[in-house]
Design a binder for this molecule. Structure first.
Ligand code: SF4
Ligand code: ZN
Length: 339
């Protein structure tokens, strides 16, 4: 693996064409909240009293069983952070949703879903952001969640604090907090505009673990500014780092375009989505560590198929790896023989 000093973060393409300034400006100057917002395509229409999506899917537990997890994508006010790669704002509102709306969304989904032991309440941001999930809804949510064994929510490490412990105390199920680690590459992490250092992530993990709260980390495979080989190496390093801190579970997300800013970086050669075989390699590595669960996020996975003959079978292999936490033999295909 290369040291971070060797990584070509400051090669000539770190200067990017900026139309309004009529010339090239350093990338560091360009990646601001304003620029990221200016690249956005329009949001999609959402309804504050209905979840954006909900489904039940199986997931491997730490104990080695495979159990159903209800996953709800809640609608609420968009996250105040402006991460460079984020596209979650597409299904959010501009203003705070009324008190009771989030509770109604959860009720709506639970009335329509088959029963499950665990539940993820993903809200395209931070569960403990009072502008996203109105605090008045939390006690009623805790009641609704009492039949579950585990409740998984997501939050930026900087918003992990007392409100999280108060919610934990009000819950009958165990609480798990999912946080975006993204990458342990310090320079890339700072360019993601997440306003988080590795120290912030470590403090949040320590705080949660001290209070008996499990942590799930989201890790980007090939974030911008890294080539394929570097993207794989830093994803592996990020998984190891997360487990060393006491994170129990890592989800590896193939970095995708779709938010406008990522397309601009792609046009400048500063971002390319990872290859499917890289995701296979990182997942094999992660489950091979045998420390905690490692999952590949398979949402929109067909977008990174390079070969239509083996793509679906390889996606199926990843699904099997997610559930079994072991690697079946690779899918044979003519394309593997090509240079
Ligand atoms: S903190 Fe999460 S939801 Fe908020 S902008 Fe960053 S990636 Fe998106
Ligand atoms: Zn193939």
């Amino acid at each position: 693996m290369k040291d971070e000093e060797e990584l070509p973060l400051f090669h000539p393409s770190s200067f990017i064409l900026h139309p309004s300034k009529k010339g090239f400006v350093p990338l560091l100057e360009l990646i601001t909240d304003r620029w990221i917002l200016d690249q956005r395509p329009p949001k999609e229409r959402v309804e504050p009293w209905r979840p954006h999506a909900f489904f039940v899917e199986p997931e491997r537990t730490r104990q080695g069983t495979v159990e159903d997890v209800a996953t709800l994508f809640l609608v609420n006010r968009e996250c105040p952070f402006r991460c460079l790669m984020c596209d979650l704002w597409k299904h959010t509102t501009d203003t705070r949703v009324p008190d009771g709306a989030v509770v109604a969304q959860v009720q709506w989904a639970l009335e329509r879903l088959p029963s499950a032991r665990h539940i993820k309440l993903y809200n395209a941001g931070n569960f403990f952001d009072a502008q996203a999930i109105p605090p008045a809804d939390l006690p009623r949510l805790a009641d609704l969640l009492s039949p579950f064994q585990t409740v998984i929510i997501e939050c930026h490490p900087l918003l992990v604090g007392k409100r999280c412990l108060d919610f934990q105390k009000s819950l009958r199920p165990a609480l798990q907090v999912a946080m975006g680690l993204e990458t342990v590459h310090p320079q890339v992490l700072s360019r993601l505009n997440k306003r988080m250092t590795l120290g912030d992530f470590e403090r949040a993990v320590r705080f949660l673990r001290e209070h008996g709260i499990d942590v799930r980390a989201f890790i980007l495979l090939r974030p911008p500014f890294l080539n394929e080989e570097e993207g794989v190496a830093w994803a592996k390093r990020s998984i190891e780092y997360a487990f060393d801190l006491g994170v129990g579970c890592c989800t590896v997300i193939p970095t995708r375009a779709g938010n406008g800013a990522m397309e601009r970086l792609q046009e400048q050669g500063l971002f390319s989505p990872p290859r499917l075989d890289s995701l296979e390699e990182v997942l094999e590595f992660g489950v091979g560590l045998g420390i905690g669960q490692v999952f590949a996020d398979l949402w929109d996975i067909e977008k990174i198929f390079a070969c239509s003959r083996c793509g679906p079978a390889r996606a199926e292999r990843l699904r099997t790896m997610n559930l079994m936490q072991s690697a079946p033999p690779p899918v044979p295909c003519e394309c593997r023989k090509q240079p």
